[in-house]
Ligand binder design. Sequence first.
Ligand code: GDP
Ligand code: CA
Length: 309
Amino acid sequence: MQVSVLAGGVGGARMADGFARVMPPEDLAVIVNTGDDFEWHGLLVCPDLDTVMYTLAGIANPQTGWGIVGDTWRALEMLGRYGGETWFWIGDGDLATHVYRTFLWRQGMRLSEITDRLRRALGVPVAIWPMSDDPVRTIVDTEEGRLPFQEYFVRRGCAPRVRGFIWEGMERAQLSPEARAALEAADLVVIAPSNPYVSIGPILALPGVLELLERRRVVAVSPILGGYALKGPAAKMMAELGEVPSALSVARRYRDFLDGFVLDRVDAALAPAVEAMGIRPLVTDTVILDPPARARLAEEILQWVASWV
Ligand code: GDP
Ligand code: CA
């Protein structure tokens, strides 16, 4: 069975890691949001791609979920001494990723090719593709004005109330050819428990993706448990956008192309409502902090889908 996982950062990386542990690597591809990407002191930084890559390479910082385990901060300290902006945390090892990526980017390589080269160098046997080779930048429309995603997320700590999102560059962006090929070959597409607005939203907004998903078997894992996000602003955004922060709201967002929806045990009572939408529910443990839990959930999803007639 060929599987493609649509992923943002930390939640996406955890789910992708689960599948990577229970499947032949050549049957798996991870398609990653690039709406969070930005330029940092002239370097191209792709936070979600790096979170997925470091996690699959086994070098992610287990405390934060992002960054490299045991990384040091000498470069950032020095940058601060020059008066450079240091609100976005980039460790010394992490910095090398952005330096090398930017170097290849300036030579004209596509982001898909660059990502493939980086992940192979780190010994990751699973394909990781950016959603697009074209720059797409998430802008958060807030009550305090429009903020580039990292300004909203890191600098402002997601404090401003959200009114909506703008994807700069989306009108010119195409799905990466490698990501398209993976999706077209997929027997199963898994939408990871990532932020539905800012991590999965940009991938779904690319031309042709919804049509592609309608023709595939698609399962989503809820990033909302008991009305809360385990991390990040997903639930806060839902409330600010006038939706009920609930796993059910996530299922509703994806309902046009969803065949199955995985809910946490705390949300077992929502399963009948999911079924009423014509979507198969699976109630199980969805907290996948550690590798055994990730592998267990991935295996359970594969067996569940295989049991469908
Ligand atoms: P970011 O780009 O690092 O913010 O990461 P994502 O968008 O991929 O993930 C953020 C979402 O992942 C939040 O809504 C979390 O609730 C969810 N999440 C993180 N870890 C887990 C987990 O172990 N299980 C589930 N079900 N959701 C998770
Ligand atoms: Ca992210």
